[in-house]
Write a protein that binds this ligand. Sequence first.
Ligand code: F0G
Length: 409
Amino acid sequence: MRYAVRCWECGREVEDPFLDACPACQGALTVDMDLSSLEGTSLRDLRSRPLGVWRYGHFLPVQSEPVTLQEGGTPLYDCGRLADELGVREVRVKFEGANPTGSFKDRGMTVGVTRALELGCRVVGCASTGNTSASLAAYAAKAGLGCVVVLPSGKVALGKLAQAMFFGAKVVTVDGNFDDALRVVRELAHAGDLYMLNSVNPFRPEGQKTLAFEVLDQLDLRLPDRIIYPVGNAANIWAAYKALKEWQSLGWIDELPMLTGVQAGGSAPLVMAFNRGSDNFVPVEGPETIATAIRIGNPASGRKALRAVYDTGGCMTAVSDREIIDAQLLLGRREGIGAEPASAAAVAGLRRLLDEGKVSRRERVVCVCTGHVLKDPDAVMAQCGRPIATEATAEAVRKAISQGPVPSL
Ligand code: F0G
């Protein structure tokens, strides 16, 4: 598949594969795919391959054999009990926790690490709030590459940290937040210490496009009214927009679902920009939220994400930590879906937008739940308390379970 890497801001073609921004205007980069060879084809032509990232290989800018752990192909659950609880016509959950390392990041990493091999790189690296590092560590292991991950000290959920260490990455924590870690990794990449696989590398969002492709594929191109994403560094919602535009350009879909982004209240620079109707955002110093995955004050793809929201007639909203935790429990206890806090922000945002009358109760909505509940066991234990300890007799256990209410919401 032919493509060109361009500056998203000024359109200039960028040939140096190791740049992470436009040399002329410092704008973010994007991959411009030439889809002309797909004209006259249809989605049905792809379906001989199993549902997953590589079903959509024609839309991905790598030529060689992919480094794959069979990512994608995640369930799209029809959540009737959740819809009843929220009071909306239809809610589906795209459960990205079912990916090989438990988050949607695997979709970008299969492409990004394949690209690293094509460029002959030996060491890959990233800054991360946790999931990116877990995913990169696994794909680097699979590809036989060295891996360096830089994390904000003390603010990465235990499961994610455990994964990065387990897969053999060099894990460094820095005194600062994600935005500081990203600045450091960019500097290391510029100096040639590593090939950076954060989402400012435009090959990452290319892989993440497949999340939106799958949703449309699983719905047989019967478009939902709205797709809701939790937003942190803001590449994933942009990737969805790019995916939708590509299928629209081929005539596979006519309209675009309203892309809607949810940030955590303490880390919501894009929501503030949206509320002002602006394309530009002001970074938040010292971002905070229990949803550590999206604890980001200066989203690298922020302007792209705003474009995705404005162009599709979507919206953005911020939710509190309490709303996030309530939504996480609701997903677990009404639908059996185990999502980490950041993922649950999508559902918390839907509830808020319905309550505020900004989303119609007649809509058909897809919420993207980006990561698995086991990523952050501490967040769960803080809500659910400890198990009841007792003697190993039926009588003692009967007594224990008869005390207090049966756990529910
Ligand atoms: N949900 C989860 C579970 C995430 O890990 C992230 C981002 C997001 C949502 C937001 O996606 O950044 O594309 O807007 N995690 C990154 C990381 C920052 O380092 O793992 P985004």
